[in-house]
Ligand binder design. Structure first.
Ligand code: NAD
Length: 499
């Protein structure tokens, strides 16, 4: 048997070993004994070298015309398309979700690249009337500097592209710290950026542990922009440091998303939605449906439909045809799910289906857990309030839409919500009153499109958005220009109307 390949960081224009000399094993969550590669366990010195080189890259890249920067992203989109199948297979091997989902993850990166390419020809500023005669007033966008990007394991391609592509088109240099569980997909992304013609010092890749590499990046004084996606607990640490150091920060964090099913809903459609929303990516999506809020009139019937279908889902290796649900990312993630199932039972909820580790043929060496549905859940229970990040759905019974909206809103998170109904009035009420960054009507809580803003309210985020046009504001600084051609001193903000 050949020994696994040893991968490197990309720092200062070269693929290099970490200064520590240490590496970690990247393993397949569907078959934990399978080591896919050895990746650098880097240290703060590697981060420091990467930032120093990125600063040099920024000096040139920030002066490259934005349409030319966009052309690089166009080529990135083409290269991602050409390697889509290969990347999807690498991704499934290292993080477990089924091939159709990993291909979708790459497709999101492709869409984001083409959107960014065009944005290189826009990056609009504004020209507005001045309050004074013979004077122009306008804004334009300036690059900021070195952007430190820290990403989670669950969307190994899409999320890094959501951050890196707009950062680059806006003229920033990037230091990229991917999640430890998905280092191979991150490596391919950097290979593609380089092949597309990005100047080598404009992108730096530093692998390693969050508490070491991520922390050093967040603390580095020459990194004025940090974009973080991950858990709310880690985001709080990152936010504390960035606040102290006055850094520009985008946080995308946890969720506790609900699908509401009203008594007039198309139940077959709602069933497809909840299965996909709750058990797709093994429940490891920030937008995963982890609560199902059902009108009392259809509760028993719909719960029966959900449990029957959830019990039939096929668990297995995401590369195998016919697999519906892959493994959890690692042992700790599965332990967390087990703990929450015990908590739910102790709170008085009932496991209607699942609730146990899945270790049948072909599953014993992976981190599989059966799709699980809790019934008899009431608002305030921990399984109703806290992010479990696994294939666990908590069902809450309600009597009307007002109660459903109150239950949806009664958590500290606010990412995504969904309502199944045929009632236009109720749909518009929910669109207004559901306290989330994203609301879907007659569609599941998951399924972002690259050209729309993405993010959540309350403890899911800090007010910024990824995706769409809004993220370009985050990665650029607005500068205001006044041009006075009156030939005399004109004083703004002086009251010339008073007596
Ligand atoms: P995580 O918080 O464990 O890790 C995220 C990243 O932060 C990793 O790269 C990690 O190495 C790094 N990190 C860890 N400690 C750090 C520190 N002290 N300083 C700096 N960086 C550090 O999250 P995860 O388990 O990889 O991802 C799951 C979480 O991400 C869930 O809570 C999920 O809801 C959330 N998520 C949110 C969104 C969103 O857009 N809102 C999208 C995807 C995932």
């Amino acid at each position: 048997m050949t020994s696994p390949r040893t991968f490197q960081n990309f720092i200062a224009g070269s693929w290099v070993a970490p200064s520590t000399g240490d590496h970690f094993a990247n393993r397949n969550p569907a078959r934990w004994s399978e080591v896919l590669g050895r990746f650098p366990s880097s240290g703060p010195d590697d981060v420091a070298r990467a930032v120093a080189s990125a600063r040099e890259g920024f000096a040139r890249w920030s002066r490259t015309p934005a349409p030319l920067r966009g052309e690089v992203l166009k080529r990135v989109g083409d290269l991602l398309s050409a390697r889509k199948g290969e990347i999807a297979a690498v991704m499934t091997r290292e993080m477990g979700k089924v091939l159709a989902e990993t291909a979708g993850d790459v497709q999101e990166g492709i869409d984001t690249a083409y959107y960014a390419a065009v944005e290189g020809r826009r990056l609009f500023g504004n020209t507005v009337p001045s309050e004074l005669r013979n004077k122009w007033a306008m804004t334009y966008r300036r690059p900021i500097g070195v952007a430190g990007l820290i990403t989670p394991f669950n969307f190994p391609m899409a999320i890094p592209t959501w951050k890196a592509f707009p950062a680059l088109v806006c003229g920033n240099a990037v230091v990229f710290k991917p999640a430890e569980d998905v280092p191979h997909t991150a490596t391919i992304l950097v290979e593609i950026l380089l092949e597309a013609g990005l100047p080598p010092d404009v992108i730096q890749l530093v692998h390693g542990r969050g508490e070491v590499v991520g922390k050093a990046l967040v603390e580095h004084p020459d990194v004025p922009v940090i974009s973080f996606t991950g858990s709310t607990a880690t985001g709080s640490l990152v936010g504390g440091t960035c606040g102290r150091l006055h850094k520009r920060l985008s946080l995308e964090m946890g969720g506790k998303n609900a699908q509401i099913v009203m008594d007039d809903a198309d139940l077959d459609l709602a069933l497809e939605g909840v299965l996909w929303g709750a058990f797709g990516t093994t429940g490891q999506r920030c937008t995963a449906t982890s609560r199902l809020i059902v009108h009392a009139k259809v509760h028993d019937r719909f719960v029966q439909m959900v449990c029957a279908a959830a019990g039939k889902l096929t668990l297995g290796d995401g590369l195998a045809a016919g697999t519906d649900v892959g493994p959890l990312i690692h042992e700790d993630a599965r332990k967390k799910v087990e703990e929450y199932v015990a908590i739910g039972r102790s709170e008085g909820a009932t496991v209607a289906v699942g609730g146990t580790i899945a270790d049948g043929p072909g599953l014993a060496d992976g981190w599989f857990f059966r799709p699980t549905v809790f019934t008899g859940v009431t608002p305030g229970m921990r399984i109703e309030q806290e992010e479990i990040f696994g294939p666990v759905l908590s069902v809450v019974k309600v009597n009307d839409l007002d109660e459903a909206i109150a239950v949806n809103n009664g958590v500290k998170y606010g990412l995504s919500s969904s309502l199944y109904t045929r009632d236009v009035r109720g749909a518009f009420q929910a669109m207004t009153d559901l306290d989330n960054g994203i609301t879907y009507i007659n569609a599941p809580t998951i399924g972002a499109e690259a050209h729309l803003p993405f993010g959540g309210v309350k403890q899911t985020g800090n007010g910024h958005r990824e995706g769409g046009w809004e993220v370009y504001d985050f990665y650029s600084e607005t500068k205001v220009l006044y041009v006075d051609y009156s030939g005399k001193l004109q004083r703004a903000q002086i009251d010339t109307h008073g007596g």
